[in-house]
Write a protein that binds this ligand. Structure first.
Ligand code: DON
Length: 304
């Protein structure tokens, strides 16, 4: 399979539409990003890498960080994690409050904002500094020791975090948040403000395509069962209320973020990361989804 040719075909076809959609401006710092950019990076389990476009440009990974936090919390809590979280798609926007009251403050899954706040709360119970722990995990699986948090983005997000504050306080009223809410939001916003490139993301997601082993050291990080389950939750909940359409069009476990990144796993074969900052109405990268759809179509690789 000539992946370099496939990436070129995707880029050439999407180039005339660069900039369609709109960047996430509800976080002021993200609203400053130039929309007409597209980068794609593929890493095979054999270690071959293919890139095109703005593949090496740093961007805010936002909700993609929820996969890293969830993997760490799941390793720590194992099946106990599910006492405080569900694993069903919500069918609602990522920042929705609507289901929480009927469901007693238990978020539907770890990838909507409510669920990621619970996961962050769990990390705060285990670690003095969860930001350092997640960063060192991400650096180790991506093989890049220079990955950092963009503090301007973190501050910008904290300054407009009313919905996340509302979610956290509401869950606290059900005793499903233990930490101080200010500290929780600061930590959660720091995780969302981690910056990576598509190359970093594709490399780090080889953890999930190689059944839970660190791609560089080959050391086992997750059991094969934990890895299967993380991929399953990405498949069913990774793109919020667009997850059904994404499964239909693309057909791989993946996670998106409002920074315009999407990273997916073709189990036992490869990982693929795309970035294009302009989003569709569900908060997912418009060209990113198109690029992923073209990739699985042209390569005839999906899990179905
Ligand atoms: O909490 C928020 O709203 C953002 N930091 C993350 C949202 C996000 O990336 C959802 N993704 N599509």
């Amino acid at each position: 399979m000539n992946y370099a040719e496939i990436l070129e075909k995707i880029y050439n076809e999407l180039e005339p539409t660069l900039g369609e959609g709109s960047v996430a401006n509800y976080i002021p710092e993200l609203g400053k990003v130039t929309p007409d950019q597209l980068g794609i990076s593929v890493c095979t389990n054999e270690g071959d890498e293919y890139t095109i476009g703005n593949a090496e440009r740093l961007f805010s990974i936002q909700s993609i960080s929820k996969v890293f936090s969830f993997a760490l919390a799941y390793k720590l809590e194992k099946e106990n994690l599910w006492k405080r979280l569900g694993r069903e798609p919500s069918g609602n926007r990522f920042d929705s409050l609507v289901l929480l009251e009927n469901e007693n403050g238990i978020p539907r899954n770890p990838f909507i904002n409510a669920g990621a706040l619970v996961v962050t709360d769990i990390l705060l119970q285990h670690f003095d500094n969860p930001l350092d722990e997640v960063l060192s995990f991400v650096r180790s699986i991506s093989g890049n020791p220079n990955i950092v948090i963009n503090r301007n983005v973190q501050e910008s997000e904290i300054s407009c975090a009313d919905r996340n504050y509302a979610l956290a306080h509401f869950m606290k009223s059900y005793n499903n948040i233990n930490s101080n809410v200010d500290h929780l939001i600061k930590t959660y916003s720091g995780l969302c403000a981690i910056e990576m490139t598509t190359v970093d993301l594709a490399r780090s997601f080889r953890l999930f395509s190689t059944s839970g082993c660190n791609p560089w050291t080959h050391e086992r990080v997750l059991t094969t069962s934990q890895n299967k389950r993380i991929n399953a939750v990405m498949m069913t909940c990774g793109l919020y209320n667009a997850v059904g359409d994404f499964a239909y069009r693309v057909g791989i476990p993946a996670k998106s973020g409002v920074g315009g990144g999407i990273v997916g796993v073709i189990p036992n074969e490869m990982s693929i990361a795309v970035w294009s900052p302009a989003l569709d109405e569900t908060g997912n990268s418009l060209l990113g989804i198109k690029a992923m759809e073209m990739f699985t179509t042209l390569s005839e690789k999906s899990i179905y």
